[in-house]
Design a protein. Structure first.
Length: 150
């Protein structure tokens, strides 16, 4: 009887928001990575470069907030992007802060990757339909706010 109850309870787990969002994220990431491959960037790198570009010279703490990426992951990614010459990381006014700036090479990498990103984005949006995508984007923003409100 216990085994049967567990099966029924576990069946509900297949609708787990976290599991399903992570599954979607992995699949979509694979699509974008495949299409961005000719530019030599992964979608995570491209997205982080765009975040730095949009925010201008920006502190790591602010980047963590904007992207909802944990500090450890950001540190690893910053080191890789810095080694590639795509960003510069310098001390801020306070020695504890680090300011991230996009380099000329970083701007060039974004420019090279942008057409490939547009192709991936168009594929996703056109496949879903513009209205469905707009609704989904609203729902995703609400989910981020809900998770951040914990």
């Amino acid at each position: 009887m216990v085994g049967q109850l567990q099966r029924v309870e576990l069946a509900h787990c297949t609708s787990c928001a976290c599991f399903n969002l992570r599954k979607v994220t992995r699949a979509v990431t694979q699509l974008y990575d495949e299409l961005l491959r000719p530019a030599g960037l992964r979608v995570t790198q491209f997205s982080l470069l765009v975040a730095v570009r949009m925010a201008g010279p920006v502190g790591v703490t602010r980047l963590v907030e904007l992207t909802v990426v944990d500090r450890t992951t950001w540190t690893r990614n910053l080191e890789l992007l810095q080694k590639q010459g795509l960003i510069e990381v310098a001390s801020g006014e306070d020695r504890r802060t680090r300011i991230v700036t996009l380099t000329a090479e970083g701007n060039a990498a974004i420019a090279e990757a942008l057409p490939f990103w547009k192709k991936a984005q168009s594929h996703v949006v056109n496949s879903l339909g513009q209205e469905h995508w707009a609704d989904m984007l609203t729902d995703l923003r609400e989910l981020v706010a809900l998770a951040n409100a914990r």
